[in-house]
Design a protein around this ligand. Structure first.
Ligand SMILES: C[S@@+](CC[C@H](N)C(=O)[O-])C[C@H]1O[C@@H](n2cnc3c(N)ncnc32)[C@H](O)[C@@H]1O
Length: 324
């Protein structure tokens, strides 16, 4: 591994982690859309603005940002993963949006043109910096005076069933991992809002608003759910490192643990698989925006999927091929 900043993340997101993200992407994107849309709403984008999308991954959010600012504006997605950026560029080509572009770069160190963006946005792409102070200072410098920052990141593992359930199943069968620094780069790096506030204020952001955001997620078949829960998130390394038979036993435990959750689902019609349906339909307002439009910067401190299944949103119910 090279001595570059964020070398470990660069290696992982261009390797196994990036591949897995792409493989699971269609399912995962469904879950992430509502979180990202809330953060976009918070940013209160205006026609003609220039937006930087940090850790843009496969680019869905970058495209949506470009639509929101219109052809006179621009959305630039930045990511360290060439693998994911290839997929993002393909998506942009298909969407024929002229105001989208992508940059392979480390957002912590890349020399963005000073004061060249109105908004810095991210959906779960800012928790991986080795040096968050340096990264947010860099992003602050890229914002014009009065520019805004809006992002979503995860709360603690315990607050998210999506992460906690497979972790609990894994820990019944494998030894716990060596304790890690809770602030280490990774999904939970900003789980502590005090830490996040400190990073942001030291980096020059003001008027910081941090809000919890809970969304209900799910909508896959039981098999798909078990697969995704054991392959993604903080428990995946633990599970993936176990012998095959232990992995199967953990998967069986996850499956068992999921059964009672069916009771939360009031209807059982087949979930329409078009992504487009997902977002407008799942509009349970768990989160009330509190950032006045004139704020200089803001962080949406968001969250976790607090509950695993999509609930009573119109047309958004569980699958009829759900078998337990
Ligand atoms: C959890 S994924 C989220 C991807 C995307 N924002 C989404 O919501 O689908 C995190 C992304 O952050 C990117 N990333 C991690 N560290 C980064 C850095 N220092 N600079 C830019 N991107 C980074 C990863 O390559 C990955 O694509």
């Amino acid at each position: 591994m090279s001595g570059l900043p964020n070398a470990k993340q660069i290696e992982e997101w261009n390797g196994e982690k990036g591949k897995r993200w792409l493989e699971e992407y269609e399912r995962v994107e469904w879950q992430l859309i509502p979180f990202g849309r809330r953060a976009m709403d918070q940013a209160a984008l205006r026609t003609g603005e220039r937006v930087l999308d940090i850790g843009c991954g496969s680019g869905e959010t970058t495209l949506e940002l470009a639509r929101r600012v219109g052809p006179s504006g621009a959305a630039i997605g930045v990511d360290i993963s060439r693998l994911l950026l290839d997929s993002a560029r393909e998506l942009a080509r298909q969407a024929e949006l002229p105001n989208v572009s992508f940059q392979e770069a480390d957002a912590q160190t890349y020399p963005f043109a000073p004061a060249s963006f109105d908004v810095v946005f991210s959906r779960f792409g800012v928790m991986f910096f080795e040096n968050p102070d340096a990264a947010f200072r860099n992003l602050k410098a890229a914002l014009r005076p009065g520019g805004r920052l809006s992002f979503v990141c995860w709360r603690s593992l315990q607050e998210s069933e999506f992460f906690a359930l497979p972790m609990a199943a894994a820990l019944r069968r494998v030894p716990p991992p060596a304790p890690i620094d809770p602030d280490a780069p990774g999904p939970g790096a900003f789980a502590n809002p005090d830490r996040m506030r400190g990073v942001l204020s030291r980096s020059g952001f003001t008027d910081i608003v941090i809000e919890p955001l809970d969304e209900k997620v799910g909508g896959w078949t039981l098999d798909e759910t078990v697969e995704t829960l054991t392959r993604m998130g903080p428990a995946s390394a633990l599970i993936g490192g176990a012998p095959q038979e232990v992995q199967q036993a953990i998967a069986a435990d996850v499956r068992e643990a999921l059964k009672p959750l069916r009771d939360r689902v009031p209807q059982r019609r087949r979930l329409a698989r078009e992504r487009a349906l997902l977002v407008p339909a799942c509009g349970r307002p768990a989160f009330v925006p509190v950032i006045p439009r004139k704020r200089e910067s803001s962080a949406v401190y968001p969250s976790s999927a607090a509950v695993l299944w999509i609930p009573a949103c119109a047309g958004m119910t569980l699958l009829d091929d759900w078998r337990v």
